[in-house]
Design a protein around this ligand. Structure first.
Ligand code: HEC
Length: 146
């Protein structure tokens, strides 16, 4: 009886924490980050936000310096291989700028993520990404099959 109650509580807690959405998104097919997942306008907005909030450390070139990692290139992409864009967006939203974490809300962090995809060579499409769809976009370091 006690075990059953615990199981019920666990399921309820998981659902409340949004785990059900997560599991659903994992089960659903993911689109590649190379399939035109963001819009050009969105990347431009992300660029402006980047220059304002991030460039002083990561540089306008995204090359980083000293202890500060580059946000483009093979090493950066290897860190995000097969992760969802949501992971990247959350990383930006929760931990950056390092000296003022949380300064960018989810929509703004999503626009900056679009800019990072663009700077890593991924093409723009017709529609902007929205925070809610990011679990369904997979980061592929290089174009699948290309
Ligand atoms: C004060 C300097 C500073 C600022 C400003 C800053 N960062 Fe960072 N960033 C760092 C450092 C240092 C690291 C590596 C250590 C860490 O992860 O905390 C890092 C790590 C990262 C990573 C992880 C890199 C990887 O290879 O996975 C991302 C993504 C990132 N920053 C994005 C941003 C974005 C986007 C902004 C602006 C919203 C920003 N950062 C602003 C210093 C900074």
């Amino acid at each position: 009886m006690k075990m059953r109650w615990l199981a019920f509580a666990a399921v309820t807690a998981a659902a409340t924490a949004g785990t059900s959405t997560f599991l659903y998104a994992q089960a659903a097919a993911q689109a590649s980050s190379w399939s035109g997942v963001y819009s050009k306008e969105q990347a431009e907005h992300g660029k402006a936000l980047f220059e304002e909030n991030c460039a002083k450390c990561h540089q306008t070139t995204l090359d980083g310096m000293d202890e500060i990692p580059a946000l483009k290139g093979a090493h950066f992409m290897a860190n995000w291989d097969k992760e969802s864009v949501n992971g990247l967006m959350e990383r930006i939203h929760n931990t950056m700028p390092l000296d003022n974490p949380g300064a960018l809300d989810s929509p703004k962090a999503t626009d900056v993520a679009a800019y990072l995809l663009q700077q890593n060579g991924m093409p723009a499409g017709d529609k902007p990404m929205t925070p809610g769809m990011l679990f369904s976009i997979r980061i592929d370091p290089v174009k699948p099959g290309g």
